[in-house]
Design a binder for this molecule. Sequence first.
Ligand code: LLP
Length: 421
Amino acid sequence: MDHFLYRDGVLHAEDVGISLIAAAVGTPFYLYSSSTLLRHFKLFDDALHGMDHLICYAMKAASNQAILKLLGEAGAGMDVVSAGEYTRARAAGIPGDRIVFSGVGKTRAEMELVLKGGIRQFNVESEPEMRVLSEVAVSLGHVAPITIRINPDVDAKTHAKISTGKKEDKFGIPILRAREVYALAAALPGLKVIGIDVHIGSQLTELEPYGLAYEKVAELTEILRADGHEISRLDLGGGLGIPYENNNAHPPTPEDYGALIREKVGHLGCEIEIEPGRFIAGNAGILVSEVIYVKEGEDREFLIVDGAMNDLIRPAMYGAHHEIVPIIEPKAGAAYQPYDVVGPVCESGDTFAKGRPLPRMHAGDLIAFRSAGAYGAVMASEYNSRPLVPEVMVHGDQFAVIRARPSLEDIINRDIIPEWV
Ligand code: LLP
């Protein structure tokens, strides 16, 4: 459930009519519902109730300061993957001891920044990284708390580009080598092993792959403990999927997921971390866009809108489906017709949907791409010199611009022409 519903014939975000926001901000823009963000966070928090746990929001999904602060104040930690994300999280007031640092390619500079600033743990992904981290920590007089990300070789049954837990994926260390890698970590002076990390992929719509992975983690916990390692924390990753299509598919809920965690690893007495991103932000955000032209093709009609692949790349990149709804509620019994919904970017790949049934549309009509809160704004670019679109957040009957649209001057003035040109 989210807070984007028709009321009095107009799509509302919580208690604000979206036409009103469009008139104030101009299109296209991202729009987030603060209540939906908080509600989704709380679902996870409740699902792990009674277990020692921390929900580390995977901020790569949507990293606006306002979103981070909102979730941080509700008690969220953060999963970060770069110096930029770490600094953003700290700027939003998240304490270092609630931040976990993931990623296969952490640099020395990033390690230094994070060790000096304070960190809950590093999720280490390889032996070379482990050696470098130990060196950096020793040079700073620190000991870095680590988990090691294991690759359990489990098929997450999701899109190939976002599957991360199979042996051919670049992530983690093969579970078969876990004992020798933990032994190495224990021998390095700058590291303190505290647990195990696993993340098998994103947009998982079944629990079974999680079950398989977490069973392996539980088994490994016992083995490593027998080897003398202190395994007191399990980072179980993110990836719980969301419904993108109105097709009555019901992916597992955080409650189901929490029950699975309890079943598979609850007996180990470990502190549990999870790293959901999409589930928290995805259906808490939409991209609002205006129809520029309705164009007659030879065998189809094109709805040319002012949002494009540079603003929301998921359809072009993953063939992802986003529901498209008019901001003005269609009249009961309105006739629907198929449209190819496209943006203005000069590539045929700039297509959001083909043959999508919509009521008759006209230039100037507003539409919303639903489920765009995660991996939307954060993956946007300025391709075709299109400015990054603003982000807006609603809270009850209030709304605020949480990132302004840059001016064309701002964009152009970032370039530097050397004197010899
Ligand atoms: N933890 C780690 C280590 C991750 O790599 C990811 C996502 C997450 C947590 C959060 O996963 P989530 O709960 O959001 O599924 N751009 C793609 C998704 C890429 C996901 C990358 N890693 C998309 O638009 O579908």
